[in-house]
Design a protein around this ligand. Structure first.
Ligand SMILES: Cc1cc2nc3c(=O)[nH]c(=O)nc-3n(C[C@H](O)[C@H](O)[C@H](O)COP(=O)(O)OP(=O)(O)OC[C@H]3O[C@@H](n4cnc5c(N)ncnc54)[C@H](O)[C@@H]3O)c2cc1C
Length: 286
């Protein structure tokens, strides 16, 4: 196995696109190294992207925030302003693993590992985040909801990798929240995850919303019907009921020892509603 750590995007793309066998990007390694040790993957080339400045930076851009794909959860938590603007994204990234794992794990790795249960992905999708990719044909932007096609299947072409995520500018009175259900208190895979981002007007009516659900389908879902159910409302009981129903209707989960189909569908509605209520509360005071 060959290990390379280029310090430019072009260098990484050249290595990834020119590799004869399987090539893998290395960010924190908290999925990749575990999978290599378990012989799930056996790459001929590993390209560590952490020396590339753009993958490690957090910068303001056109009123929004650009977060490098190799920025760790622990670094995001320490950022002086991000938590105020995107508390849901930051809390989702910080649910990943233990303190030790958070010192390594990245949102790029969380997305590109291709798990429908990845914690930061519903929060990014709810936020309207766009992934910026670099590849042999240059750069392109892809909404995060379009990056993952199914378990372990990504829309990335050969030689492409995620450089960063762009979180859009925030209108006043906007906020977000992420909740997950796990059988234990921590260090477990989401049985259901729900991310909600919304904006309210001065009177407290929701003017825009995005709702995303994880672990209830082969890919993380953007549930437009759930967002439509609450836009124009003040999240009264009726709107909450419509949100729950729309969230449940979008689910097509698996049945396993950690949660039955019925349980996952039920919990998806509950978490979507609770995440929306938290986001609303935060937005009113933002
Ligand atoms: C003890 C433990 C607990 C965990 N708990 C959780 C949890 O609670 N919630 C959760 O969601 N996950 C959890 N995980 C899984 C893992 O920590 C996360 O998925 C993490 O975000 C992966 O990030 P990473 O930087 O370590 O990725 P890596 O392991 O470096 O990479 C993961 C995959 O993505 C690819 N990749 C990485 N970065 C890029 C990029 N920029 N562009 C293209 N491809 C890329 C790699 O080639 C690899 O296939 C846990 C893992 C462990 C070991």
């Amino acid at each position: 196995m060959r290990y390379e750590a280029p310090d430019t995007l072009e260098g990484a793309v050249a290595l990834l696109s020119g590799a004869p066998g399987e090539a893998r990007v290395l960010a924190g390694g908290t999925d990749l190294l575990v999978q290599m040790r378990a012989d799930v993957v056996d790459p001929a080339l590993i390209v560590d992207i952490k020396k590339i400045k753009e993958t490690r930076a957090v910068t303001e851009e056109k009123g929004g925030w650009r977060i490098g794909a190799a920025v760790t959860g622990a670094e995001l938590k320490e950022h002086p302003r991000l938590k105020q603007v995107w508390p849901g994204v930051i809390e989702a990234a910080n649910l990943i693993g233990s303190t030790q794992v958070q010192g390594r794990a990245t949102m790029g790795g969380n997305l590109c590992n291709g798990s429908p249960a990845a914690d930061s992905v519903p929060a990014l999708i709810a936020a309207g985040a766009v992934a910026t990719l670099a590849g042999p044909e240059g750069r392109r932007d892809l909404p995060v909801e379009d990056v993952m096609l199914g378990p372990r299947k990504l829309a990335l072409k050969k030689g492409e990798f995620v450089v960063s995520f762009l979180l859009p500018p925030r209108p006043p009175r906007s906020s977000d929240a992420y909740l997950r259900f796990i059988p234990r208190t921590e260090m477990d895979i989401a049985v259901v995850g729900a991310g909600v981002s919304l904006t309210v007007d001065a009177g407290g009516t929701i003017t825009a919303a995005r709702v995303s659900l994880g672990a209830v389908a082969p890919r993380v879902l953007l549930v437009r019907e759930a967002a439509q159910a609450i836009v124009g409302s003040r999240l009264e009981r009726g709107a909450q009921d419509r949100l729950e129903a729309a969230a449940r209707a979008a689910c097509a989960p698996i049945d396993d020892k950690r949660g039955t189909i019925e349980f996952r569908i039920q919990v998806a509605g509950v978490l979507a509603r609770r995440a929306a209520l938290i986001a609303l509360d935060r937005a009113r005071t933002n």
